[in-house]
Design a protein around this ligand. Sequence first.
Ligand SMILES: [Zn+2]
Length: 463
Amino acid sequence: MQAKLTHNKRERSQIGGGTANIQELSKFEENAAELTREDRDHSCGEGNARVRGQAGLLSERRGSYPVIDFRLLNTTAHSGEIGTKKRVKRLLSFQRYFHASRLLRGIVPQTCLHLLDEDYLGQARHMLSKVGRWNFDIFLFDRLTNGNSLVTLLCHLFNLHGLIHHFQLDMVKLHRFLVMIQEDYHSQNPYHNAVHAADVTQAMHCYLKEPKLSRFLSPLDIMLGLMAAAAHDVDHPGVNQPFLIKTKHHLANLYQNISVLENHHWRSTVGMLRESGLLAHLPVESIQDVEQQLGSLILATDISRQNEFLARMKTHSDNRDLSLEDADHKHFILQIALKCADICNPCRVWNMSKQWSEKVCEEFYRQGDLEQRFQFEVSPLCNQQNDTIPSIQIGFMSYIVEPLFMEWSRFTENTPLTITMMSHLRKNKARWRGLLLKQHNSEDNSAQMNEDKSRTSQEVEHQ
Ligand SMILES: [Zn+2]
């Protein structure tokens, strides 16, 4: 059956208003937004330049790995004399090549599930039979699939939702596309790797099943939602946008400091989609529509645009004027669903939520170390000494996660899934608060002990 695709040419990611309450921005948003806010203010009201000009849409060459250019870091005016020649040479030579090469990074296609022990496969298959449950353990699934959680999960979900049949997809091409996506995530990133992508995809699958949304979704909407979730962070360099801007990275220049990473994720996805030929049998207009909608969804994950989306969502909920029969409204809810899936870690059960928190902080601290090493100002949240995991998490939950999920629960009208997520969110926050208190107490105690010690030694000296 020839697939039917709708041909919507709207500039879908244009969000009205732009009246974000900047005063309420926490340093979390500032971290991501500080270098882009001005640009954004200019771009909000004039149509979305980011997704315009689809006729001339350029994809990025696959594997255009955004390596951090240490030469630029080393010659920045305010960096001064840093690092020895030997060290720079080392960074520029093998190590740099090591990180840039997918093969040397140890990422070789390992999608041959038949190489796995039958027992592991059986367990992975059993897990997939419960893929719609919120307590799905993606870390265990990744181990059971020998690091192929993203490919295995996506193949299963495409089949489950009938997408392969509906769009007459070639299984070999689908597999090739998914392997390319999985390989282009950087396994050395503690957080932004293929397991995070698989986790977001599993969450997206759960959200697409929400009754308020699911009855309006076409096969195209489902395919776009899953694809965007799988590819939304592809080729992430493990540092944030402000870092790329201040180190004058070529991607920052290419995308003029606007949604630099998200644009790169999108254009890389388009490149892989074309290279795999997955949709080559569809009409050109349909392919263009898929590429544009993927862009609009992936660009929505830019955390510096959080208030923009939140304001529109609030207005819709207050006015009760969301109509999912309207294609624009439906696309907006898909954007919100993807945003929720992307930051749903604090809504997971504690032992998984905690692992994600540790991983994301490890990535922040690595950036902080790099900034320190090259004498840049350390970015907010990236200073291991001052920014502890509990304090980062409590801030993240209060200023980013809770406001978005409050709106999501208003939309879904408290389904069992929403109730479960909100309950985890509350409990997890209480646990981080407990840990923060413990940490403060132990700091107070050690300060008191140091004070007592110095007083005792002074007394001894006086005797
Ligand atoms: Zn993400």
